[in-house]
Design a binder for this molecule. Structure first.
Ligand code: V55
Ligand code: FE
Length: 486
């Protein structure tokens, strides 16, 4: 039985969807570009059963994949839950069986298995495609293979035994020059362990290099960055311990006394060649892009000055307030003797932690960073909605060469989600293509998908769903050449 009446936050637009859907030939406005041939996949958390304990956090909820399939100027929609082991077991039991976020000790005795925390993943974070295979990922478990046409869950994979970690990041990176994929898993050998497993897959999906190493202290390692010569893994701020989990708490707390850290790993080196650079209290949850220039490794990323997680208790106490979060350039000098990195604020405009680039420039010199942010000069009724206050009303394109911000406003009652960059077929110039991203419209109780011409940042079309849709974590566009699309 599903009883959500105790969940004050899950009302109206934010009630879980709990249905699967197909919409043939979606309603659209404007002109859907005819040469768009591919699919925009999204992963969103959507509780099948209410959380238990009731204050468990949204990051823990069931994964749901949706897809907007574009071809010839029309769009079809499909949405399906990811059939994880956890999802199937709850469905059979008709109730919530799993406890706090990443704390298996709080699970129902019938499913409790702290030695194999990957069995409780919800695969709710990022759609990933490599070597023609689509995955639903989450950093606490193995990737789940998904049929790119039916969204049927095929199941978790350890890549035929080649993946030597319990978990796999939700943010692997693909080298646009070689087609290789770099990915890591942390807490790789068990709950709270300091072990990280890092591997590079060739363009066919075979593991060609692997590393095993320890982080300075166990922390959330959410994203990574890739240059032609280095892998960068940022971490820090979040802390955990087996004692904490035995006490029945959620996985992370925030410790403002801890330094941020960044592992810089030479792609052609060994684990002993890793350099750990330290910085002040920071949260670098996502990265924008990075490059290696001689003896300098340069990372551009949104960075928060303090705890960005409203759900994770601050060990220093006090009420949560959203910290400043801006785009920064963080530089690692490989010639330096000390292990400090330097940081410069690139743009003062506060942004959300979601940034994207034209992935054809990943790891290379580049110019544009795409963001979602709240433009305070635009009329916005969404901002006064308590659950939309930290949302965004605009997509933006920062030009890191000129400092210019070009923006596209999503509407007075809309809350925008992470934009993805879609290259124009046949083009190679950076930024030639579209931005595509969802806009939630609580005023009409429906989700909309915006398609924006990236060079001009002018909206060209919208896809309108006849229902609301959960707040996504990440979205990704894969062209018809990247996945076997029907
Ligand atoms: C993030 C999201 C997660 C998670 C850890 O956006 C970090 C960051 C949706 O799940 O488990
Ligand atoms: Fe993420």
């Amino acid at each position: 039985m599903a009883d959500f009446s105790g969940q004050a936050g899950m009302r109206g637009y934010f009630a879980p969807s709990r249905f699967e859907a197909d919409v043939y030939d979606c309603e659209t406005t404007g002109e859907i570009p005819k040469d768009l041939d591919g699919a925009f996949y999204r992963l969103h958390p959507d509780w099948l059963y209410p959380p238990n304990p009731p204050d468990d956090i949204p990051l823990a909820s069931d994964g749901y994949m949706s897809m907007f399939r574009f071809r010839g100027g029309v769009v079809d929609y499909k949405g399906r839950y990811v059939r994880t082991e956890r999802f199937e077991r709850q469905m059979s039991a008709r109730r919530q069986l799993y406890g706090y976020y990443r704390n298996p000790f709080t699970d129902d005795p019938g499913v409790r298995d702290p030695e194999h925390p990957q069995r409780r993943t919800t695969a709710n974070t990022t759609p990933v495609a490599h070597a023609g295979v689509l995955y639903a990922t989450k950093e606490d478990g193995l990737p789940h293979r998904i049929d790119p046409n039916t969204l049927e869950t095929i199941g978790p994979t350890d890549f035929g035994g080649a993946w030597k970690s319990q978990a796999f990041t939700a943010h692997p990176k693909i080298d646009p020059v070689t087609g290789e994929m770099a990915a890591f898993g942390y807490e790789a050998s068990g709950l709270c362990s300091k072990d990280v497993f890092l591997a590079i897959f060739d363009r066919t999906g075979a593991v060609t290099r692997e590393w095993r190493f320890e982080v300075p202290y166990t922390s959330m390692l959410h994203d990574m960055a890739l240059t032609r010569e280095h892998v960068i893994i940022p971490g820090g701020g979040c802390v955990t311990s087996l004692e904490r989990l035995h006490e029945g708490k959620t996985h992370w707390a925030w410790d403002s006394s801890k330094p941020s850290y960044y592992g810089v790993i030479p792609r052609d080196g060994e684990a002993k060649d890793i350099r750990w650079f330290l910085g002040p209290e920071r949260a670098v949850v996502h990265t924008a892009n990075a490059r290696t220039e001689g003896s300098k490794v340069i990372l551009e990323a949104p960075a928060a000055d303090a705890n960005p997680w409203p759900w994770f208790e601050d060990l220093a106490g006090g009420q949560f307030t959203a910290p400043r979060n801006t785009l920064r350039r963080i530089t690692f000098d490989l010639d330096s003797k000390d292990d400090r990195c330097t940081e410069e604020v690139l743009f003062e405009q506060p942004v959300t932690s979601f940034t994207r680039v034209d992935d054809r420039r990943l790891g290379l010199p580049y110019r544009y960073i795409y963001v979602q942010y709240f433009d305070l000069d635009r009329p916005s009724r969404a901002g006064s909605h308590p659950q939309l206050r930290y949302g965004a009303n605009s997509f933006g394109r920062f030009d890191i060469l000129t400092g210019e911000l070009k923006s596209c406003f999503g509407g007075e009652t809309h809350m925008l989600q992470e934009p993805s960059f879609v290259p124009r077929p046949g083009s190679s110039e950076e930024g030639d293509g579209w931005l595509i991203g969802t806009a939630h419209n609580p005023a009409e109780m429906r989700a909309e998908l915006m398609i924006v011409d990236a060079p001009t940042m002018q909206e060209v079309a919208r896809v309108i769903l006849p229902f609301r849709n959960a707040t996504q974590v990440h979205g990704a566009w894969f062209g018809a050449g990247e996945l076997p699309l029907a």
